[in-house]
Write a new protein. Structure first.
Length: 318
């Protein structure tokens, strides 16, 4: 038995209402830590027609809702990812799939020989599902032969930095629960579900911003990364970070793969192997023990488990 918070229940009702009254697709926006998974699983449980397909772009994001669904219902949902295959006679209405496994035509047809059986597709981390993302679009196109198909996206970050519009994939926003609301309306922090943000600013005078070009209102990525690679800059970022963190675990976000690797290296010099860097691509110049390729499933799993168990204090990402 699962119990929803008030805003989660509102999100369920609003999403079911908008999808049930003619809208083919909708987006639910909730900050990280407010229970998006719990909420979209409740929507799936209440969904009145057809099977439900939950799509994600990471292995962890496939297993997490699968486990939550089992806890919620006692039912083992189907898995379509890697070596796992959906049964030809599924007992559950739920299938949890990796979009990178499912998007191939042969696998789509084997897993879902009748595309019309799927009535709802839920896309976790839906800010990735822009129209020019061919993997998501190929899956959506396959199931779109069902005129009653509905699509629900779940995300904490609907505004993409590359300004590609989610509005091309999702017709409307069914529910938007802000992190904060300056006017005093409902919000995750204002309602007490998330702790207030405590911000500390570290000034690094050595960064030469006048040498970094601006493009589209923001600093040019490669130029910023190059500036952040300077040893003096890295140390003036790392040292205050360690001072403020104390014994607490931290996630650190860097300007690029190389600055991320070097920051983790500096943390390790001071903290004796307590940091790792998780990136999607490892250049030959950064092929160090502390740099973990996120595409290596086993290495990623070991690193994240080490962080969860407290072996690592710093997880550095881009």
């Amino acid at each position: 038995m699962s119990y929803l918070r008030d805003y989660q229940d509102v999100c369920c009702n609003e999403s079911l209402s908008i999808l049930g009254n003619g809208s083919e697709s909708a987006l639910m926006v909730m900050p990280t830590g407010t229970g998006k998974t719990q909420t979209f699983l409740e929507i799936a449980d209440r969904w009145p027609q057809g099977k439900v397909l939950v799509l994600a772009h990471r292995e962890e994001l496939v297993w997490q809702p699968w486990e939550r669904w089992h806890q919620k219902t006692g039912e083992h949902g189907e898995i379509e990812m890697g070596e796992f295959r959906r049964s030809s006679h599924p007992r559950s209405k739920m299938t949890f799939a990796s979009k990178d496994s499912l998007y191939r035509e042969k696998r789509l047809k084997r897993a879902f020989p009748d595309p019309k059986e799927v009535g709802l597709i839920i896309i976790d981390e839906a800010h990735h599902a822009v129209q020019n993302n061919k993997t998501y679009q190929r899956i959506i196109d396959y199931f779109s032969v069902n005129p009653d198909l509905r699509i629900l996206g779940a995300t904490a970050t609907p505004d993409r930095t590359d300004e590609q519009a989610l509005g091309q994939t999702f017709e409307s926003v069914a529910f938007d629960y802000p992190l904060m609301d300056p006017s005093g309306g409902p919000s995750a922090i204002g309602d007490g579900w998330l702790v207030p943000i405590q911000q500390e600013i570290v000034t690094v005078d050595d960064i030469q911003f006048n040498e970094i070009k601006v493009q589209g209102g923001d600093f040019q990525g490669k130029a910023l990364q190059s500036e952040m690679m300077r040893e003096v800059v890295l140390h003036k970022v790392a040292v205050p970070t360690m001072e403020m963190a104390g014994d607490d675990q931290c996630m650190v976000f860097a300007a690029g793969i190389q600055p991320a690797s070097r920051l983790a290296e500096i943390f390790n010099r001071k903290m004796d192997g307590r940091a790792f860097c998780l990136v999607s691509k490892v250049p030959a110049s950064e092929n160090y023990q502390h740099v973990v390729n996120s595409r290596d499933k086993q290495a990623r799993k070991r690193a994240l488990q080490g962080f969860a168990k407290g072996f690592y204090q710093y997880a550095v990402n881009v």
